[in-house]
Design a protein around this ligand. Sequence first.
Ligand code: OOG
Ligand code: MG
Length: 262
Amino acid sequence: MLTVAEIDALAARVDDAERHARAIAKVTDDFPAMTWEEAYAVQDRLRQRKVERGEAVGGLKMGFTSLAKMEQMGVHEPIHGFITAHGRLGEGEALSCAGLIHPRVEAEIAFVTKAELAGPDCDVGAVIAATDYVAPALEVIDSRYENFRFDLKSVIADNTSAARYVVGPVRYALYGQDLPNLEVVVEKNGEVVQRDTGAAVMGDPAKAVAALANMLARTGKTIPAGTLVLTGGVTEAVGVAPGDQLVVRYGQLGELVLDIIA
Ligand code: OOG
Ligand code: MG
């Protein structure tokens, strides 16, 4: 079992790696027997460190909700993390690679809640009732681990590679949307590099929100009203470098453009 001091030290290790944009060995190299609970304890400690220095939590995220993402990273279970207001890019704002190690971008659907969602029996119906609006989103992930390689426990401890995100400015009512059939197309420098439909995310991105509430219930937590939730990459994440431009089309939800700069 990890001691409180070891959990503290691991949170400091991933935090420093992020702040110095320097890749580190995965935490399970030192603690191969780390449990799911201990990995989330490291993530919670990391969150506390960030909050203590003034980085407000901007929302919650699910990861590995699509087969494409799971296969790309070799991890086959959904995970959750948090995003900080600090990491939010304005719509149309360029992504600077300064301060990042090896950024990748994923197309996601964002939900914003208007009522609390609590597990362990949260379902799509509850999510629909509690959704204020949905919007197209991009997540910029940047694993703090060498070569972007990790296992489940390590990526949980590293706050699910969270780095930056963009939420489109238009708020769409969920009512009347057919998110499972929403076509998501990712273009990099004018070429289509990834495409799939919303159904790639657990059959329906709303299910990822329900799954988040159910995972949080394991530690007695809920999704508060007014929470932004990123439901997970629809397709594989796309590596980016300065000079690249991504255009992501989300059918009737419009498109987002992201320029990558040094
Ligand atoms: C972990 C984060 C996964 C998603 O949308 O699936 C994630 C990673 O792939 O590094 O954010
Ligand atoms: Mg993601």
